[in-house]
Each structure stands twice: as structure tokens, then as C-alpha cells.
Design a binder for this molecule. Sequence first.
Ligand code: ATP
Ligand code: MG
Length: 183
Amino acid sequence: MQFSRLRLTGFKSFVDPTDLVIARGLTGVVGPNGCGKSNLLEALRWVMGETRAKAMRGAGMEDVIFAGASSRPARNFAEVCLTIDNTDRLAPAGFNDADQLEVTRRITRDVGSAYKTNGKDVRARDVQMLFADASTGSTSPALVRQGQISELINAKPKARRRILEEAAGISGLYQRRHEAELK
Ligand code: ATP
Ligand code: MG
């Protein structure tokens, strides 16, 4: 699956609608300290279903909503939309009926998160499984956070195993087994 576009509104420092085109090949994001480079990577992880506020460097998930600045009031919601080029039809079954797959997550204060794929309401789990099966997702080892390399070196064996399982693309299966065992 090829990510082709990332759009943000009210997400962290990206208060105004921002449209990032992700071309094939290598994309570099450069800019001075504090300009929002890490926020962009977090937006990508968030739209794929991240549930840990800590991974977003916040205390609660609503901290991803633009919190206001001296000249601008805070927002009530944040939205991130990821466009996936699906012309090669690599998206998993159930998401594979169009050339483009658009995944949207919106969080509203005091309401929480809502997800859509191609405009249709879906559950958080559907989005998480969509990316888990595609070996990407919010905990994918393809997304390397600032400071994560040293964390990996210092990780306990169990945590390191989880990273390897994700890289091997079997974490979706674990999640399904866990759910089956609960039934
Ligand atoms: P560095 O080069 O230091 O790693 P960076 O480009 O990765 O910097 P980020 O960490 O992505 O920068 O952005 C930090 C900025 O985002 C800070 O100015 C911070 O105030 C702002 N920010 C984070 N969350 C919010 C929020 N909810 N509302 C408004 N601004 C926010
Ligand atoms: Mg950074």
C-alpha cells in the first residue's frame, strides 16, 4: 500500500488545513526545531488507530487537538485523513473496492474519536486491523520515533520480541487469537 496524501486540520500545531503530498520514493521533511516534523509522523500513527496518548506525547488523547496560541483560540476537534493509492489493489479484503482508500479519524472534545474509510463510519478496530494486516499501523517498526533507537537498544527481551513480531507481520494474527479466546 502506498500512502499518497496526508491532510490535517486542528491536529497539534497544524491548526489550519494542511495537505502533504507523499510521492513515491523518499520523502524528507525538514525544518527548524519545533516546526512540527514529529507532529506529522504522529498524525500518521494516529490516523492508523494509535490509542496511547503517551505515544502522542500527551496526557490524554484530546491533547492532540490544537490547544491555542497567544493569537488563536483552541480548537474543538482535530482531523487527520490519510489517502492510500490502491491502484495495485493491495488493500485487505473489505477495503479493496476502489483505486483510492481514504482513512479519516476525527477527535472531538468530550466526544472522542470517530473513524471513516471512504466516507463510511467504521470502528477503531477495523482501521487498526486494516493496517495490522498490511504490516504497517500505529505501532509499525516502519515508523521510528525520535529517541526510539536508544529505547530499542535498552528494551527488555519481551518488548523487543513484540517489535520483531510486528516486523514479521504476525501481530494481526495475535490480536485475532486474543479476541477469539475472549469469546
Ligand atoms: P525537533 O526538531 O525539535 O524534533 P519538531 O519539528 O519535531 O522539532 P514537533 O515536536 O513536531 O517539532 O512540534 C512541536 C510543536 O508543536 C511545539 O511548538 C508545540 O507547542 C506544538 N504543539 C504540540 N501539541 C500542540 C497542541 N495540542 N496545540 C498546539 N501546539 C501544539
Ligand atoms: Mg521532532
